[in-house]
Design a binder for this molecule. Structure first.
Ligand SMILES: Cc1ncc(COP(=O)(O)O)c(C=O)c1O
Length: 409
């Protein structure tokens, strides 16, 4: 029987045609297609300014650096996330302060965030886990607490101007998600999507920063700064230097090199135009079908993907198996894989990774993350996944659980 992959990208004729058109246009680096993609994302997320980049990681790091986050500062992140969330904090020379997540949907626990705030805290970086928005309202409410306000200490003009801790959302999974019926990207000061190959909306590799800093910030000015910093700090990008006698440029600062090329934006342009009407409904239907297929199994702890407040982008189907150990979870995965179904685990909590363990973080300090990890199996979700394949996934899984756990299934 054919293997069921985990999350292959949707490469169809429309994508091939648009990438071919980009190649044939003669303009393959950052140019009109990237700028068009930024406009399309801005319109759909109600963002005042959107910058496309080579990855979400680059986007998060650029925003932190623009804010002036550096040595001596702290940034609060969930312990349960991909390493990128904390790595960018380390790149800046600051300290990632890890806190545990909510048992319900695995997003950062606002009460634990409140307890972790110190005068050194410059940003909170929630993660929209699997596409489910974090509890933005509760996080933003923390900024109103007198104890939080009084201890904030700005070190840079940007921090001074903001006058509070920044909310920088790792929305790598959540383009198209909503919170209180608004696009999720309207709640953070900056919201950063990933367009990596396995994501709901891909450009092969890529990311976008949605800028939504409050007045008196001018988000289009922040856009210009970050755009320049994504291209070595050059005063002109390749397009501006092209043609006529426009070759001369200056370098205003020692910037980075993390722009998005037009070849990749071409994929994104096709993807975004069909995202709301096609991709998202298909993924929601697949989540609903898994729910239906799994609901009668007592061992299946179904993921939250739609509540009164939140609608997930349905990126990852984060199933948990009740009452199992890490060893049993791993044995189940082995059997499922052997039967030709690709599954995955999201995530190994950061303190279990050598780099963070060596820095002194301890997994036992994050019991909810640890428990989530021990019992989690992510099921395949991708555009071409058929109902029959979903039935097979669940059947194979149920057999594996039965074999590994002596439990009625
Ligand atoms: C939660 C989370 N944050 C950040 C990233 C980084 O995204 P990128 O690969 O676009 O840098 C990922 C990628 O998988 C992710 O899952």
């Amino acid at each position: 029987m054919d293997k069921i992959p985990f999350a292959p990208p949707r490469i169809d004729q429309a994508i091939i045609d648009e990438v071919t058109a980009a190649l044939q246009s003669g303009w393959i680096t950052t140019g009109p297609r990237t700028k068009q993609l930024e406009k399309e994302i801005a319109a759909r997320t109600q963002s005042p300014a959107v910058l496309c980049l080579g990855s979400a990681t680059a986007g998060m790091e650029l925003v932190l650096r623009w804010l002036g986050v550096g040595p001596g500062d702290e940034v609060i992140v969930p312990a349960y996330t991909y390493c990128a969330t904390a790595n960018v904090v380390v790149h800046c020379g600051a300290k990632p302060v890890m806190v545990d997540v909510l048992h319900t949907d695995g997003t950062i626990d606002p009460e634990k965030v409140a307890a972790a705030i110190t005068p050194r805290t410059k940003a909170i970086m929630p993660v929209d886990l699997g596409g489910m928005p974090a509890n933005y309202r509760e996080l933003r409410d923390l900024f109103q607490l007198p104890a939080v306000q009084s201890q904030f200490q700005a070190r840079t003009p940007e921090q001074e101007k903001l006058g509070r801790i920044a909310l920088i959302v790792d929305a790598a999974h959540s383009i198209g998600a909503s919170y209180r019926r608004q696009p999720a990207a309207t709640y953070g000061d900056a919201t950063v999507f990933s367009f990596h190959a396995v994501k709901n909306l891909t450009t092969a590799e890529g990311g976008a920063v949605c800028l939504n800093f409050p007045p008196p910030f001018d988000n289009s000015e922040i856009y210009k700064t970050l755009n320049r910093q994504s291209l070595h700090g050059q005063s002109k990008d390749a397009l501006a230097k092209f043609g006529g006698n426009a070759w001369e440029y200056d370098v205003l600062e020692a910037g980075y090199k993390c722009n998005m090329p037009d070849i990749l934006a071409a994929i994104g342009l096709v993807e975004i135009k069909r995202y709301e009407e096609d991709t998202l409904p298909v993924r929601k239907a697949q989540f609903a079908r898994y729910h239906l297929l799994l609901q009668d199994y007592p061992w299946a702890e179904l993921p939250y993907y739609a509540t009164a407040e939140k609608q997930s982008s349905c990126h990852l189907y984060l199933l948990r198996i009740r009452d199992i150990t890490l060893e049993q979870r791993n044995a189940i995965i082995e059997k499922v894989m052997e039967a030709g179904v690709s599954v995955n685990v999201h995530y190994k909590p950061l303190p279990l990774l050598s780099v963070y363990r060596d820095m002194g973080y301890t997994a036992n300090d994050y019991p909810v993350s640890l428990d989530f990890y021990h019992r989690e199996i992510s099921l395949p979700v991708f555009y071409d996944l058929t109902p029959n394949q979903q039935e097979r996934v669940v059947k194979v899984l149920a057999t594996a659980v039965k074999e590994v756990v002596s439990q009625e299934v």
